[in-house]
Design a protein around this ligand. Sequence first.
Ligand code: UD1
Length: 342
Amino acid sequence: MKIGSKILVTGGAGYIGAHTVVELINAGYEPVIVDNLSASDKTLLAGIQQITGKTLSFHQGDCRDKNFLNFVFKAQGPFKCVMHFAAFKSVGESVQKPLLYHQNNVGSLLTLLEVMEENGVKDFIFSSSCTVYGQPDVIPVDERAPFKRAESPYGATKQLCERILEDVHHTGIRTISLRYFNPIGAHPSGLMGELPIGVPNNLVPFITQAAIGLRKKLTVFGNNYNTPDGSCIRDFIHVVDLANVHVKALEYLSTDTRKNVYDAFNVGTGKGASVLELVNTFIRATGAKLPFVIGPRRPGDVEKVYADPTRVNTILKWQARYSMEDALKHAWAWEQKLRKSN
Ligand code: UD1
């Protein structure tokens, strides 16, 4: 175990947080997990323990609760860094419940920053999103692209949070924002993956649930976009690759001796793939039957976005290792395991 290696991971029982906890443990860090279990249960925590063989430090509570956070900082600190995954992430729901999204996503960040300041913790890694760019004018999009007006309250919260972090970097909070493109897949062990509550909003969990028979069919939202096959284009990145970049960001931040740091990195593969390409790759790679139909466009969807990952490749020295096909095979293995155990 490294000295001074405790990392606070908010949202560590969720999809990206849990995969990151595994990578942190593999790299010799000691994660302390905080999660209110509002969008997850303890399934992924059990998966982390099975994969790593480690007993986890887990505290159930909400990041808007200052007393709770102070308790964790005092009982478990000092923390070398805080990784903040805890947030609501459904674009559609955010349109229905904007106040809830602002209260939760912005409120928890503000409370966390106050508690960090009070406890002398400086280093922060933030889960941002490519959604901050809206529909960019230039693709692949790089980090200098302007923030267009966000398409949804969810997107607006990510823009606001980045702005807050940029403001507080002048007072000594040292932040790296990681702008995720579209995370997919599951842990190659088959012990951990995405676990949506209710009907999935995101493409890949919907696909695996349709293929296993939990949903009647997949609807592809639109085939009349201005793209080669008419469906939307995204940059799909394996969740383990995405988890790994957090360790790189942490190490980069700890070797950076500056008092004031604010930096943002795109985290994507740099390759765009269409929704229909992904659907066909899933069918070919897994041999599963996937009933699907073409439906109308989904309001708020961006036509086409993929990353220019030059900065994350060169500065954080990170490369995506897994292909889209790997990710889909892993997601399918996880879905099959889940349904067998239920
Ligand atoms: C969006 C956000 C992303 C955020 C993520 C969180 C944008 C541009 N991106 O990703 O930043 O992290 O939500 O949830 O706002 N699709 C179907 N059928 C389905 C489901 C999806 O065709 O049943 C299509 C969508 O129309 C889209 C693609 O699949 O073109 C990916 O959708 P999804 O997985 O929901 O992610 P995004 O909306 O791209």
